[in-house]
Design a protein around this ligand. Structure first.
Ligand SMILES: Cc1cc2nc3c(=O)[nH]c(=O)nc-3n(C[C@H](O)[C@H](O)[C@H](O)COP(=O)(O)OP(=O)(O)OC[C@H]3O[C@@H](n4cnc5c(N)ncnc54)[C@H](O)[C@@H]3O)c2cc1C
Ligand code: FES
Length: 279
């Protein structure tokens, strides 16, 4: 029997982007698409929220993808098979919205967001919906989980900024093409804030139901500390508790982006300290 939070497998999907399977039976038993966990790498480390991209309820394992963005995520991707995360809390947040639709569902992933949309793509397809995946990256080497996306979607449209695979440009270029040719009833976008904002602006004129997963700074993940507060439809919401998915047409993205930058000075110092230790 593996130890609690032991790393069972580790795979490098792209530079600084690692997929882990972790033994976490309690989380694996209950997790659903769109939910997330909060983990710590070490006893003195900070808590970081990470989406779930899959699970095996029999084996008691969960699958996550970590892209190194700063100190804690950089420490996390250094862990090896057999190492253990300090602790994992979850499942947190609400599952992504799923329903039987009268048009196509388009699921859009950028960066680690591609992993995060996979469980919901599978759920939407199981309900009989047509599901199109759009995955974006800077170039073809950074596109994640293409085979698995093909399994859970009816069609997958890759977009790359440099045109090395699929449509040249951004995910919104792929979305515009789908909206032009068929009736789209549902969009879920998970990725960087500018991407989710651009997707929401594109679907607004047609009133397409649009969900975005807000990556606000989080601390406790249970609605107690207020760190993840954001404004949706003019009301204060806690991304960890009321979300992480919200109606993209109602989100105040400018405020979210400003709040994400609140600790930039401290984040830079923390990363420099890690780099000094590693030299
Ligand atoms: C619901 C949710 C799901 C996420 N899922 C994933 C995922 O599957 N894979 C992945 O690689 N990343 C995911 N993230 C982002 C991840 O939490 C941040 O990249 C990580 O916290 C950065 O910490 P750091 O110390 O490495 O970097 P830092 O240098 O501390 O920060 C880098 C950037 O990450 C953001 N950030 C910092 N601390 C936090 C925090 N405690 N909570 C949220 N954001 C923070 C800030 O905007 C900052 O600009 C998710 C975030 C949220 C809110
Ligand atoms: S992280 Fe504390 S309220 Fe959401």
């Amino acid at each position: 029997m593996p130890k609690l939070f032991e790393i069972l497998t580790r795979e490098e999907l792209a530079p600084k982007t690692i997929m882990f399977n972790i033994f976490a039976p309690t989380v694996a038993r209950a997790i659903q698409g769109g939910q997330f966990i909060i983990l710590r790498v070490s006893a003195n480390g900070e808590r970081i929220p990470i989406s779930i991209s899959g699970w095996n309820r029999n084996e008691g394992s969960i699958r996550i993808i970590i892209m190194a963005a700063g100190r804690t995520s950089a420490e996390a991707i250094m862990l090896k098979v057999g190492d253990c995360f300090q602790d994992i809390v979850g499942p947190l947040g609400k599952r992504s919205h799923v329903e039987e639709l009268d048009g196509t569902a388009v699921l859009i992933g950028g960066g680690y967001g591609t992993g995060a949309i996979i469980p919901t793509a599978r759920d939407l397809k199981a309900l009989g919906n047509k599901v199109i995946g759009i995955v974006g990256a800077r170039n073809k080497d950074l596109l994640l989980l293409q085979d698995e996306m093909n399994e859970v979607c009816d069609e997958v449209i890759p977009t790359t900024n440099d045109g090395s695979m699929g449509i040249e440009g951004f995910v919104t270029h792929g979305l515009a093409k789908v909206i032009e040719r068929e009736k789209v009833s549902y969009v879920l976008a998970v990725g960087p804030v500018p991407m989710m904002k651009a997707v929401s602006e594109m679907t607004r004129p047609n009133g397409i139901q649009t969900w975005v997963s807000l990556n606000a700074i989080m601390v406790d993940g249970t609605g107690m500390c207020g760190a993840c507060r954001c404004t949706v439809g003019g009301k204060t919401q806690f991304a960890c508790f009321h979300g992480p998915d919200f109606n993209g047409h109602e989100v105040n993205f400018e405020e979210l982006q400003a709040r994400q930058k609140m600790f930039q000075v401290q984040e830079k110092i923390a990363l420099e300290q890690l780099n000094e230790v590693l030299v």
